[in-house]
Design a protein around this ligand. Structure first.
Ligand SMILES: Cc1cc2nc3c(=O)[nH]c(=O)nc-3n(C[C@H](O)[C@H](O)[C@H](O)COP(=O)(O)O)c2cc1C
Length: 227
């Protein structure tokens, strides 16, 4: 296929991308979607195994999945993620987790002790932030942490490519909660595990949550140079 690449320097894309949690209903044109995913296929992986399995839900398929997610959430059905994960962090990681939540809740007008407000914010995930599309990223269930690195690298490659095309996104670990519904929607057998979702589409600038900005640690807290 002929790819019409937008010209966005990679550093600009990295530094200006941010998570978007409120979208306009307009779908991304099919040709653009194909180009974006074609480019993201260039992500590197261990021995070029390309372990990512990507399932993109749009239109009625996406609406049905969203409704099923919400039904389960509202009935208090416990999640059954395919892979073990950490949800509550400790120490410095906990502090960053709290700072991130506070930044979002502040923009959404949710006070710290506003439990219904916080539940509403969680529910927004399962409403898919009103995105017209959601991509589910998975891999063979038998692959462990090392191979999931490849899927993580793919995820960022995909989000940066989208960003270069003017498409906003949000990585969503919350989309690990009910993987059986994703498998059902795409006719997958049990061998594929779902690692995360990425909601995407065109940003709705009027959504309060989209004013959220996060910061990063000073370099010395993450990177060590020697010699
Ligand atoms: C693997 C992964 C899972 C995430 N899961 C969620 C999620 O379920 N819900 C959400 O609102 N944001 C989620 N995020 C977005 C992070 O909160 C966000 O990337 C972080 O706060 C940094 O903000 P920025 O993306 O705007 O730079 C996730 C990000 C990553 C990388």
């Amino acid at each position: 296929m002929v790819i019409t690449k937008p010209s966005v320097p990679v550093i600009d894309a990295i530094t200006s991308r941010r998570s978007v949690r409120g979208y306009l209903p307009d779908p991304v044109p099919a040709g653009t979607l194909e180009q974006v995913f074609e480019i993201a296929q260039q992500a590197p992986s261990n021995c070029n195994t390309q372990p990512w399995k990507v399932y993109v839900a749009s239109g009625e398929v996406k609406d049905r999945l969203r409704d099923q997610f919400l039904e389960r959430l509202d009935q208090g059905v416990a999640g059954q993620p395919d892979f073990s994960y950490v949800s509550t962090f400790e120490g410095e990681y906990r502090q960053r987790q709290v700072d991130c939540a506070v930044a979002l809740y502040n923009e959404m007008g949710i006070a710290r002790n506003d439990k219904p407000g916080r539940l509403r914010a969680v529910r927004r995930n399962f409403e898919l932030f009103d995105a017209p599309h959601i991509a589910f990223l998975g891999m063979d269930r038998n692959f462990g942490a090392t191979i999931s690195l490849d899927v993580g690298i793919y995820a960022q490659t995909l989000m940066l490519t989208m960003h270069a095309f003017g498409i906003s996104s949000c990585a969503m670990g919350s989309m690990r909660t009910y993987p059986d519904l994703v498998r059902e929607a795409f006719g997958l057998d049990d061998s594929t595990g779902i690692l995360l979702g990425i909601s995407f589409g065109y940003e709705d600038p009027d959504v309060d949550a989209n004013r959220t900005r996060t910061v990063r640690e000073p370099l010395a807290n993450s990177v060590v140079f020697r010699g």
